[in-house]
Write a protein that binds this ligand. Structure first.
Ligand SMILES: Cc1ncc(COP(=O)(O)O)c(C=O)c1O
Length: 494
């Protein structure tokens, strides 16, 4: 007897026909049932993997067993309990370096998160007059914030722009900014391996290109490494930051700075703390910083959580980063195509996606806004509310990446200065109002991000949710329209 397929099953079949390579990732579907069962048990669709990964139950159990079976004390002492901790922390450090295939010249410094790793670099990099800090418009605020250290110490700060609508780095403009640098000075170039705004994967060849021209390179790998292979023997940025919860969900509160020996020796720490000195005197007012990572790990490291990083890395490696990447690419490709094909009854597009429309050099974050049949922007806060009612977790706002958002929305320096002139009263709702009045631009968007435990059903449910916005009367924020086909803002009534 012929079996009748449900609409979702038929869509899945069509998806498999379009992406036959997805079938080879079926082990993750099994894991989803065993290790991430809480998602389906609670009927939730989790689409915020760029915000944070999800932990497998087995990771948590293994860590809990470890904690229950052993006595762990504060590390770096000679006692049994201390020695047990030190051994596990150092074993994890080696596992981190091995995961990224780091040559011996790399050191792994445990931090609280990627932001803390970035701050370590920012506050200790020898920025000085004549030196430079160059960064791409597409950057997380934790990278943008380093400009405060650079500027305060007299270094010149420049931003390399993005192209529209793809939101990729404008290579000719970047090359021009690379040129003319004085290699005798301290020059730092920072960019993300993958955008947390658009999902764009920026070319890792930029590392070599910048280094050859006299720049040190800070690679923000936080959004890239959960689904991408970073091989530090192939590309060798001077500084790399990651947050482990983004890779495998658990533990939170542990990140890492991977740093080359030569780059580490350039850093000048602005202070010392417990755990970072080999010697310190009160009367002599002198201190001698400990060599290597110890000089950068302030106070007591998160010694109970750090061993869970090794467990997480093993989990990731057992699945295989290539399998995860393939899976995320297939699901992203399908969702992108389907979202872009959504049309209102009057045949106008329903969705504007920021960044590339295909999976070429892009990861699993899709940032978008919805529009009504007249081209009015639907308020993303309302869209989020509606998604939440359907148990779909998205992220909305600007994702701490103002430069990519400003480029995507066509916001100008004048727009941003007008907003900044509001001083401390400035809030996101107030900012949205100001921007609306300055030509109806939108501030903020919706991000759906796909990751390790995502399956077809997740993206299918999101698409079904999106399709329900067809012919919706406006869920408005203002009196302005956006012509989604020409990507132009048009004032109401014009
Ligand atoms: C690209 C990128 N860099 C840096 C960060 C900061 O990570 P954390 O908040 O874990 O410090 C994030 C977090 O979203 C990110 O996506």
């Amino acid at each position: 007897m012929e079996r009748t397929l449900t609409v979702e099953q038929a869509a899945y079949q069509a998806f498999l026909d379009a992406y036959p390579e997805f079938a080879a990732t079926s082990a993750v579907d099994d894991l989803r049932a065993s290790d991430y069962a809480r998602l389906d048990a609670s009927r939730q669709v989790y689409l915020d993997y760029t915000g944070g990964g999800l932990a497998a139950e087995s990771q948590i159990r293994e860590h809990a067993d470890q904690l229950c079976e052993h006595v762990f004390g504060n590390p770096h002492s000679g006692s049994l309990s201390s020695d047990a901790t030190t051994r596990l922390v150092e074993q994890t450090r080696r596992a981190v370096l091995a995961h990224f295939n780091a040559p011996p010249e790399y050191t792994a410094v445990f931090t609280l998160n990627a932001t803390a790793a970035l701050r370590l670099v920012g506050e200790a990099y020898p920025f000085a007059p004549g030196g430079r800090y160059l960064l791409t418009f597409d950057n997380h605020n934790s990278v943008n914030g380093i400009r405060e250290f650079a500027g305060a110490r007299g270094a010149r700060v420049d931003y390399a722009p993005l192209t529209v609508p793809d939101l990729r780095i404008d290579r000719p403009r970047l090359s021009a900014l690379f040129a003319g640098v004085d290699p005798a000075r301290a020059n730092l170039f920072a960019f993300p391996a993958q955008s947390n705004f658009s999902g764009v994967k920026h070319p890792l060849e930029l590392v070599d290109e910048a280094q050859a021209k006299g720049w040190d390179v800070l690679l923000d790998a936080a959004a890239f490494v959960p689904t991408g292979r970073l091989d530090l023997s192939a590309v060798r940025p001077d500084y790399v930051c990651v947050s482990f919860y983004k890779m495998f969900g658990y533990p939170t509160g542990v990140g890492c700075l991977l740093v080359r020996d030569a780059a580490l020796s350039k850093l000048r720490r602005p202070w010392f703390a417990g755990g970072t000195v080999n010697f310190a005197t009160v009367q002599g007012r002198k201190h001698i910083l400990a060599p290597g990572e110890a000089g950068f790990e302030d106070g007591t490291v998160n010694y109970l959580s750090i061993p869970a990083v090794e467990i997480g890395l093993r989990h990731l490696e057992a699945i295989g980063i290539d399998t995860i990447q393939t899976r995320v690419r297939c699901l992203t490709g399908w969702l992108l195509k389907e979202l872009l094909a959504l049309r209102h009854g009057n045949n106008r597009p329903m969705v504007r996606v920021y960044g590339p429309a295909t999976t070429t050099m892009r990861g699993g974050a899709i940032t978008l806004n919805f529009y009504d049949p007249e081209g009015h922007l639907l308020d993303y806060r309302r869209v989020e509310e509606l998604a939440t009612a359907q148990r779909i977790s998205l992220r909305t706002g600007c994702f701490c990446n103002p430069g990519a958002g400003e480029t995507a929305e066509g916001l100008t320096e004048d727009d941003m200065l007008a907003a900044a002139s509001e001083g401390t009263d400035m809030t996101l709702p107030r900012f949205r109002q100001i921007i609306q009045h300055r030509g109806g631009k939108s501030a903020g968007a919706i991000r759906a991000s796909i990751g390790l435990a995502s399956n077809f059903s997740d993206v299918y449910r999101f698409l079904t949710f999106a399709a329900e916005l067809r012919d919706q009367a406006r869920l408005t924020v203002g009196e302005v329209s956006f012509d989604i086909e020409s990507c132009r803002v048009i004032r109401d009534g014009s």
